[in-house]
Design a protein around this ligand. Sequence first.
Ligand SMILES: Cc1cc2nc3c(=O)[nH]c(=O)nc-3n(C[C@H](O)[C@H](O)[C@H](O)COP(=O)(O)OP(=O)(O)OC[C@H]3O[C@@H](n4cnc5c(N)ncnc54)[C@H](O)[C@@H]3O)c2cc1C
Length: 470
Amino acid sequence: MSSPTDPTDLGRPDFGRPDPVSDRGDTVCVIGAGASGLTAVKNLREAGFGVDCYERETGVGGAWNWRHDRSPVYASTHLISSRPFTQFPDFPMPDDWPDYPHHSQLLSYFERYADHFDLRQYVWFGTEVVRVEPVEGDRWDVTTRSTGGYGPERTSRYAAVVLANGHNWSPKLPRYEGLAEFRGEVMHASSYKDPAQLRGKRVLVVGAGNTGCDIAVEAAQQASHCWHSTRRGYWYAPKFVLGRPADQVNDTLLALRVPLRVRQWLYHMTLRLTVGDLTRFGLPKPDHRVYETHPIANSQLVYYVGHGEITPVPDVARFDDRTVELTDGRRIDPELVVFATGYLPRFEFMQGRVLGDEDGSGRPRLWLNAFTAGHPTLAVVGLVQPDSGIFAISHWQSALFARLLTLRATRPDRVAAFDRRVRAGLGERYSAKVKDSTRHWFEVGHADYLRALQRAWYELEAGVNGGQPR
Ligand SMILES: Cc1cc2nc3c(=O)[nH]c(=O)nc-3n(C[C@H](O)[C@H](O)[C@H](O)COP(=O)(O)OP(=O)(O)OC[C@H]3O[C@@H](n4cnc5c(N)ncnc54)[C@H](O)[C@@H]3O)c2cc1C
C-alpha cells in the first residue's frame, strides 16, 4: 500500500505513487532457495546476519524440486557426482543411501537441511525478484513481486545481496536452417520429464552433456529408434571404476597431487580397459584429452551403442519439413528431436555491467566465480560447474562472503584489500584448459577451486597480499 508523505493527503488512497523503499538495515537478501541459497541463508544466519530469502517457487530444493515446472530434472535423474562428493560438509546424506541418489532423495535432503537449520522462516516463497539495483553506500534495492506478476511490486533496501538463482533454468537453444519448417516434434531437454514422451517414436537427441547421454540411453530403451548427434567425440567414463564411484578414484589421485598429465594417462588407460576403443562402436574419436571437456559419467551409453539401440551421428547441418540433414550428408527422419544443448545463466533482474558483463554476452566477470569488482556487498553463489558436486562449493563461497561482511564493520582495510584482490583476479581459471564454449564458462576443478577459495580466506583474515602479485 502507498503511504502518503504529505499530511494533507491522509486518508486518501494514492495508487499511482510508488511504495516507499523499506529499509531492512543490516539484513542480507538471498535470491533463491535451492542448494546454494539455503546454504547462504544458513551461513549468514550463523554469522549473525538477518536474512530475507526470496524464492519464486513454492518450496526449497531449486533444480532438484521436480514438482516445479521449471525444474530441469527428469524422472530418472540421479546424481552424477557421488554422494560424499556432493553433500554439504556439515550435513551428510544418510549412509544407507546409494552412491548416486535419485532426485527425489535430493529433494528430501534439502527439505531436511532446511528443517534441521530452521531455514524456512527466512524464505519468502512464491516471490520473485524482478530488480536488483546498487544504491549509495554499497547497499542494494531489491524489488519483488508475487510469482506470476500478481499484486504490487515492493522494494526493500539491503546491506548485501547473494545471487543464488542457479544456472540451469534458461534453455540454450541452437539455431538451424529450416528448423521452423520442420513438422516433427521439437523440445529442449528442460521439457523432458518422462520416458513415455519417447515411447515408440523415432528420436534424435542432440548434445552429449550428461543430460543428452541420459536421454539417449532412455530413448534406446523406449523409442523405436534413437540417433545421438554430437559435434565431436567425447570420453564416456563409467560411473564406477574398480568398484568405486569414478569421482572418488579421481579424487584420490588429486589428493596425492598426481600431475594432470599423469592423471590424464591413467584415465585414458582406465577407459581403454573398460569401454575400450570408442571408434569400434562407430563413435567419433575424441579430439581432446580427458579433463579438457566437462566429464561425462555414463556407463550405459556405449553399452546401448554396442547393442545397436543408439546410432551415433555427427552434428545437424539443417532441417527441412520432414527430414534432418547431417554434416556428413546423411538424411534421417526423426519424429521427435530433443535438444539437450544445455542452459545459459540469466540475471535478468540486474544490469549486466554490475556483474562485469560488459559485452552483453551474459557471462559475468567474477573472481572465484563469486565476487565482482567494486561491489564488496554482492556475491554470486553456485555459479560453478565442477568435476564433482556443487553443494560444498556453495557452502564455502557463502561462508567466505559472510566472513567478508562481518569484517566490513571492524576491518574495512581488509575488505578494501579483498576488493583489490578481486580486481587482480578477474578471469582466473581453476581447471585444466577446457574447450572454449558456453558449456565451459563456469568449469572448475573442485580441488583447485577449493584451494583458491581457502587461500582467499587466509588472505582476508591475515590482511595480506591485497592484490599484490605473489
Ligand atoms: C540433470 C541434472 C543433473 C545434475 N546433477 C548434478 C550432480 O550430480 N551434482 C551436482 O552437484 N550438481 C548437479 N546438477 C547441477 C544442479 O544445478 C545443482 O546440483 C544445484 O541445483 C545448484 O543449486 P543452486 O541453488 O545453485 O541452483 P538451483 O537449484 O537452480 O536453485 C536456484 C533457485 O533460485 C530460484 N530463483 C531463480 N531466479 C529467481 C528470482 N528471480 N527470484 C526468486 N527466486 C529465483 C529458483 O526458483 C531456484 O529455486 C545437475 C543439474 C541437472 C539439470
